[in-house]
Design a protein around this ligand. Structure first.
Ligand code: NAG
Length: 615
């Protein structure tokens, strides 16, 4: 279960990504001017339907990108010497274009910021200190898979400007510099021209989806663009009527053995035989273009507006659908494997031609379930059970509400465990509305834990009086039920890390292991202390051997029942240390669950810090 390889990889990726940010745009993009998606998708080799001209003015040059035929979406523009050195600076254009820093010089490149279609864009260029021959060179993208490289102006002559502004414009740091380096036109037009939806949540805004779909509607023609993380071998979009997998029509793009991409229509069968199947006869879709570059799969597929799949009518024009987007690593001969790279379901059914942001279904209940169950089984149950087991002879004499202190606290923690577990259990059923579809023992283990946990207080309420003959049976049963629930609960939490829906990092195992070590070590130390206490007590009072659980508990052990057992000070110290570490562990775990996926949360925090550094 513990994937040791993950740790160094994780550390490495944190380190290298920090480096990449601090150096700004990668020089690869600066000099090749290839979009991020280039390589697999080749630039067009036809004559570009755009041209670049420049007019000298008081400040330097006014550069124009002419669009006689089509508008364009994305671009990267530089002033260069004929040898290819990047010279001069650009002014950003509000809502359209921002500057980039190439080769350590600020503002010497210009790229788009907005998805708007651009026509005849005018741009101000400053020579700065450069005097000499000059060419404007651009990559211009009409759409994701259609772009031209090396769109150049005629050779010009840069001269010293007539007016120089000494003040640096204060709108320079408009956006995150690293975002511009991406230059990924897939996301251009999302929310304005096409509906985009992807996993993880909110990734369309940050342009880093692991699986994403963009739907563009041209009259009655429905185009689906799909793209996934490089770890994925397939990416698909399902049209669902109920936001759950099952009875959905799926368009999927799959990497094939020859390094190409194939598009299929497939069908998800409903519970209990949840799965996907691909009809032999494929109709209703048509691949328009596709690519694999740096392992990243992309495809553009046209789907008929009205299709009948498995005797169900899918009418994209008149019906509303909930989008499911998924990607996975494995592909079988005639179907795709589990969606282990990403999965997300839309919050509500929408007409596909309605171009607006698609919100993800909220994960708040999932997070609450995790936080409640963790607090219950790693937090309160551990403490409550430790108190019952080792602290019956501590704080002897002090009482709370007429009960011994250990008992009052034991009851408090266990009732809390019970309440948290009950709420956590209800919450997860409200969220999933069904049994978990993932093939993971988490659900069944959780159910056993919840049932045991539910029985415990009922048994405790009807417990026989101390001293009666049935009392030892209760003691054993109560001990057994509690410990079984605890152990199974902890195992269930271990299995939760693997759950796809939970989006937890693999290194969370280490924190869980730390908890197990802490808990077992504390048990061990307290047991040793118990033996030591027993021995010194025997020296004092030889008549009663100390029995822990087998006897009838607190009443049987000491003749002198008004005094703490020996070594109780050490026990208290140990408890305090245990509590302290336990609280730290629980807080970290809850944090991981609440912000999950935590890696992305870090990325966000880092880039937020980056932006505040820059301003
Ligand atoms: C303009 O860009 C293209 C493509 O990267 C490149 O081949 C060409 O050499 C560039 N021209 C100059 C003057 O740098």
């Amino acid at each position: 279960m513990l994937d040791l390889k993950m740790i160094p990889i994780l550390l490495l990726s944190i380190f290298t990504s920090t480096q990449a940010y601090s150096s700004g745009a990668p020089e690869k993009v600066c000099y090749t001017m290839m979009p991020n998606h280039g390589g697999g998708i080749l630039p067009q080799d036809s004559d570009p339907p755009f041209s670049i001209t420049a007019q000298p003015n008081n400040l330097g040059m006014l550069v124009t990108i002419h669009t006689p035929e089509f508008p364009f979406e994305g671009f990267l523009l530089q002033g260069r010497t004929p040898r290819g050195d990047i010279v001069g600076t650009f002014d950003p254009i509000e809502n359209f274009a921002k500057t980039m820093n190439c080769a350590g010089t600020s503002d010497n490149s210009l790229t788009h910021t907005s998805p708007n279609q651009k026509e005849d864009l005018k741009i101000q260029w400053h020579p700065k200190d450069y005097v000499g021959p000059l060419v404007f060179n651009a990559t211009i993208a009409q759409r994701y898979d259609t772009f031209w490289l090396g769109v150049q102006s005629q050779q010009l002559q840069a001269a010293r400007p007539k007016i120089t502004s000494n003040t640096t414009p204060n709108y320079k740091v408009a956006e995150k510099p690293e975002a511009s380096a991406e230059f990924d036109p897939f996301y251009e037009g999302c929310g304005t021209k096409k509906s985009c939806f992807g996993a993880p949540e909110a990734c369309v805004q940050s342009k880093n989806c692991k699986a994403v779909v963009a739907i563009t509607v041209y009259g009655g023609r429905y185009e689906f663009e799909l793209k996934a993380d490089k770890s994925a071998s397939w990416v698909g979009v399902g049209l669902s009527e109920d936001a759950k997998m099952g009875d959905d029509s799926v368009v999927e793009c799959v990497k094939d053995r020859n390094g190409g991409v194939k598009a299929y229509m497939s069908w998800t069968s409903p519970r209990p035989n949840l799965g996907v199947s691909r009809p032999r006869e494929q109709k209703g879709i048509q691949m328009l273009s596709s690519s694999i570059e740096d392992g990243v799969i992309y495809c553009r597929v046209q789907r008929d507006a009205v299709t009948t799949v498995n005797n169900r009518l899918f009418d994209l024009i008149n019906n509303k659908y909930i989008l499911l987007v998924a990607a996975g690593k494995s592909v079988e001969s005639n179907r795709v494997g589990f969606h282990d790279v990403a999965y997300i379901a839309g919050a509500e059914a929408k007409s596909l031609s309605d171009v607006s942001e698609i919100a993800a279904a909220s994960k708040i209940l999932l997070r609450l379930h995790g936080a409640f169950m963790l607090t219950a089984w790693i937090g309160t149950a551990s403490v409550g059970m430790l108190l019952a087991r080792y602290f019956r002879q501590t704080w002897v004499g002090s009482q709370m509400c007429g009960k011994d202190l250990w008992f009052a606290w034991h009851r408090f923690f266990m009732v809390l465990t019970w309440a948290l577990t009950t709420v956590g259990f209800i919450v997860i059923f409200v969220e999933l509305k069904a049994w978990s579809s993932e093939s993971n023992p988490h659900a069944i283990l959780g159910l056993i834990t919840t049932i045991l946990c539910f029985i415990q207080p009922i048994g405790a309420y009807f417990r026989p009086h101390p001293g009666t003959s049935k009392r030892p049976i209760f003691n054993w049963a109560h001990w057994f039920g509690g410990n079984a629930a605890h152990i199974i609960g902890i195992v269930a939490i271990f299995f939760a890390v693997e759950l796809n829906k939970a989006e937890l990092p693999t290194w969370m195992y280490w924190i869980l292991v730390a908890y197990v070590v802490l808990h077992v070590a504390t048990h061990f130390l307290l047991s040793i202390l118990g033996c030591a206490a027993e021995r010194s007590a025997e020296r004092r009072v030889t008549s009663f051997p100390m029995k822990d659980l087998a006897g009838s508990g607190r009443t049987s052990t000491y003749s002198d029942s008004n005094a703490d057992a020996p070594l109780s000070f050490v026990r208290k110290i140990l408890l305090v240390v245990y509590l302290f570490i336990l609280i730290v562990i629980v807080v970290i775990l809850i944090f991981i669950i609440v912000v999950a996926p935590v890696e992305e949360y870090w990325e966000k925090v880092k880039s937020a810090m980056q932006t505040s550094d820059n301003t």
